[in-house]
Design a protein around this ligand. Structure first.
Ligand SMILES: NC(=O)c1ccc[n+]([C@@H]2O[C@H](COP(=O)([O-])OP(=O)(O)OC[C@H]3O[C@@H](n4cnc5c(N)ncnc54)[C@H](OP(=O)(O)O)[C@@H]3O)[C@@H](O)[C@H]2O)c1
Length: 265
């Protein structure tokens, strides 16, 4: 495992999606500690602003932080976001962290449009962002792409009524590992990160859903994570991701504890 030190990413620009809260915010704060310039992306301007404030309090200069408010599920907004990010300069680090856990519920009752939306946010958007930043990374001979997945890929049966989430994360992992093989020898790496069970709004949101809609078992499972103290902090999982980001490993599935196959949401 490569351990990052302060200043390791000085002069590098990192685009972190879903940087307004949870794991994305913790990754952004951790990246700032390594000296990276940051582009923060999510839909909620207020939450992104809170991340920007936290960065400023940490000593990351204002000029080094760019906020982009965009819905990654919307093709037009995504294209505009890419244009704004690239107008600022090359992106050397891409952390595709934003995702939706919806739609939850009995698979036969999920409208195709909801399923399409989940694929748009969880798969098409990360691929589109990678496609946009890759030429610059390859030209420079250095780049890091990390796609935040889930332990659900190792155990799809563990999240009944979370079919879209399991399918999208599996697709994201397949994309990442295939891309990594394509990138072999370029200096650009692509890896998957499974963050473990993390105490974030996503977990809280699932616990807050009607058990009848999402299924009593799924509801119970996520309630149990919280009541049995199984959730880790966003900071802990961010540190685990960042510890590997500077290394040369390519095409790996990183797990928060390197236990491989941890079951999470
Ligand atoms: N928490 C866990 O236990 C856990 C376990 C396994 C995997 N993960 C994965 O870890 C990643 C982060 O999860 P989290 O728990 O930190 O979730 P979270 O607290 O819900 O944060 C998700 C972030 O993504 C953004 N986002 C969601 N939809 C978006 C869209 N359409 N366009 C732009 N931004 C969007 C959200 O901001 P806006 O809503 O403002 O857009 C938010 O900043 C996800 O990929 C998730 O699947 C989490």
């Amino acid at each position: 495992m490569t351990v990052e030190v302060a200043g390791a990413f000085t002069g590098r620009t990192a685009l972190v999606t879903g940087a307004g809260r949870g794991i994305g915010r913790a990754v952004a704060l951790g990246l700032a500690d390594t000296g990276a310039d940051l582009i923060l992306l999510a839909r909620s301007a207020q939450q992104l602003q809170a991340t920007r404030t936290a960065l400023a309090e940490r000593g990351a200069g204002r000029g080094r932080v760019t906020v982009i408010v965009a819905d990654l599920g919307d093709q037009e907004q995504r294209a505009q976001a890419v244009a704004v990010a690239l107008a600022r300069g090359q992106v050397q680090i891409l952390v595709n962290n934003a995702a939706t856990v919806e739609p939850l519920g009995a698979t036969a009752e999920v409208p195709a449009s909801d399923l399409r939306w989940a694929f748009e946010v969880n798969v098409i958007a990360p691929v589109a962002l990678a496609t946009a930043v890759l030429p610059g990374m390859i030209d420079a001979g250095w780049g890091r792409i990390v796609n935040v997945s889930s332990g659900i890929v190792a155990h799809p049966e563990a999240m009944v009524r979370g079919n879209a989430y399991a399918a999208t994360k599996a697709a994201l992992e397949a994309h990442t590992l295939n891309l990594a093989a394509e990138l072999h020898g370029t200096g650009v790496t692509a890896n998957v990160y499974r963050p473990g069970r993390v105490d974030t709004a996503m977990q809280e949101w699932i616990r807050g859903q009607d058990p009848e809609r999402i299924g009593a078992d799924l509801h119970e499972r996520f309630t149990c994570f919280a009541t049995s103290d199984e959730l880790i902090t966003p900071e802990r999982t961010a540190a685990s991701l960042l510890a590997r980001l500077g290394g040369v490993q390519n095409g790996a599935v990183w797990d928060v504890d390197d236990t491989g196959g941890a079951m999470d949401g």
